[in-house]
Each structure stands twice: as structure tokens, then as C-alpha cells.
Design a protein around this ligand. Structure first.
Ligand SMILES: Nc1nonc1C(=O)NCC1CCCCC1
Length: 246
């Protein structure tokens, strides 16, 4: 997997990209990262990357030339990669998008700052605008890190057990994940569901599936409409009383 990131603050991302799943994937060559800073591609002595907005208003806007040069430099390194601008105005990011980009093999992420980027850069060079959610961050860097993590963990060999990526929330046909327990068996007088201690793998798998179904129905019922449910799933859901929302 190749990921390009355009950011004015590469140092803000370095730490998160050197440790954990992402750090190990880079060390093992499963993830190639290339960061490009528009400030390094400025032509003026003040290395200007922003300016006041036409039409007035608060804040600054990222100027088109250095940002375009940074995008072009990464497109030359990854010509097949879609160019994705991260902003609240984008299409909501989801697991299907993560899977699509992992399967494609490369993506270039544009992390904006200030009030945003000159629209002409979006018109000329951005393939898609994507949002991590309906909230406003100070910059696109943390959104880029979240996306890099979500995509990298889908790369074969990155997670110890390939089932992990499948069994996480949104892994099993878009259902929420089941509850998890580990030692000690009794913690603060609270025990572990007996089925998990039974050694009956069929019963455990059924319990986990039913927990995922019940949680999804209670917390994110809209996901059930898109989920690939078996007859047994539907019988179980019908057997549940009214949702308590938890
Ligand atoms: N929400 C979001 N999802 O993806 N990115 C988000 C964001 O809030 N980014 C902040 C950026 C947006 C461009 C202008 C400067 C601030």
C-alpha cells in the first residue's frame, strides 16, 4: 500500500507513523508513506503558503501554487493514486472506502489548514472530497492518520490474525462488534458470560453473532438494512423485544 500525504505539519504526523500497526507495516514494507510539504515548494523568500480570502472574512486560505506543486509531486510518484481532500464538506468515510483504497493500492491525502484551500486546486487536482465526520478539526492531519490506520490494517499480513480486520465493527457485513472479555475471569465481582468459558465453539460463535446483531439493532439500526443477514439472524432479531437503545 502506498500513501501520499500533503501537509504543512509533517512533524505533527511523524510520531503516529513510526509506532504501532502503522510503524510495523512500514518497517515490513507493507506500507510506503510519502509526505510532501507545500512550504518546501514555495518560490518566495518568505515561503508563503497562505493568504487572505478574496471577498473578506476571517482567517487565511492555502494558496494554490505551492499546494498544487505538492500534489503534482506526489502524483508523479503515484500516478494511479486518487487525490483525496479531507474536509467536513466531503463524502463520509467508511469501511467500504477503506477497503476500496486498500484494494486499489494507493491514495494521496490532502490535509488542509487555516480556513481551507483555494477551490481551484479542488477543481483541477482533487478527485474526491472525504469527511471523517460532522465536526471541524484544526487541520486535516488527524483525519489523514485515522484513514491511514483504517486502510493499512486491511493490508494482508499487517494484522497478526487476518480475521481481526474482518471481525471488527463494520467487518462482518457491516455489523457492530460483539463484547470482548479477558482475564481475570472475575473482576470487581463481575464474571464473564458462561458461554465464553464453555469451550463450545459453535455456541460461542452463535453468541458473538447474536451480540453483534443485538448491538447493531440497538445502537445503529440503519446498518441492519445494508447487512447480509441469514434466516437465523432474522429469526433472532424478531425474537428480541423492543430496543432499549444500548
Ligand atoms: N471533519 C473532517 N473530516 O476530514 N477532515 C475534517 C476536518 O475537519 N478538517 C479540518 C480542515 C478542513 C479544511 C480546512 C482546514 C481545517
Amino acid at each position: 500500500m502506498k500513501v501520499g500525504v500533503i501537509t504543512l505539519f509533517p512533524e505533527l504526523m511523524d510520531g503516529a507513523l513510526e509506532h504501532g500497526v502503522i510503524g510495523r507495516a512500514r518497517t515490513k514494507g507493507q506500507l510506503e508513506l510519502e509526505l510532501s510539504n507545500p512550504r518546501d515548494l514555495t518560490a518566495d523568500k518568505h515561503r508563503t503558503v497562505d493568504d487572505r480570502p478574496f471577498g473578506g472574512g476571517p482567517g487565511m486560505v492555502m494558496t494554490p501554487a505551492p499546494l498544487s506543486a505538492a500534489i503534482v509531486s506526489l502524483k508523479e510518484a503515484m500516478p494511479e493514486a486518487p487525490v483525496v481532500y479531507l474536509s467536513p464538506q466531503g463524502r463520509p468515510f467508511d469501511q467500504a472506502m477503506a477497503r476500496a483504497w486498500q484494494a486499489h493500492g494507493s491514495v494521496i491525502l490532502v490535509a488542509g489548514r487555516y480556513e481551507g484551500i483555494d477551490e481551484r486546486v479542488i477543481d483541477r487536482l482533487v478527485d474526491e472530497e472525504v469527511s471523517l465526520g460532522d465536526f471541524v478539526l484544526s487541520g486535516g492531519e488527524f483525519a489523514a492518520l485515522a484513514i491511514i490506520d483504517a486502510v493499512t490494517r486491511l493490508e494482508p499480513g499487517v494484522l497478526g490474525d487476518p480475521l481481526s480486520a474482518e471481525e471488527d465493527s463494520f467487518g462482518i457485513e457491516g455489523l457492530l462488534d460483539c463484547p470482548h472479555y479477558t482475564r481475570p475471569e472475575v473482576y470487581e465481582n463481575q464474571t464473564v458470560p458462561a458461554v465464553l468459558m464453555s469451550g463450545d465453539h459453535k455456541a460461542i460463535a452463535r453468541w458473538r453473532r447474536q451480540q453483534s446483531l443485538a448491538r447493531t439493532r440497538d445502537r445503529r439500526p440503519e446498518l441492519l438494512e445494508k447487512a447480509d443477514l441469514t434466516k437465523e439472524d432474522k429469526v433472532f432479531l424478531t425474537s428480541l423485544g423492543p430496543s432499549d437503545g444500548n
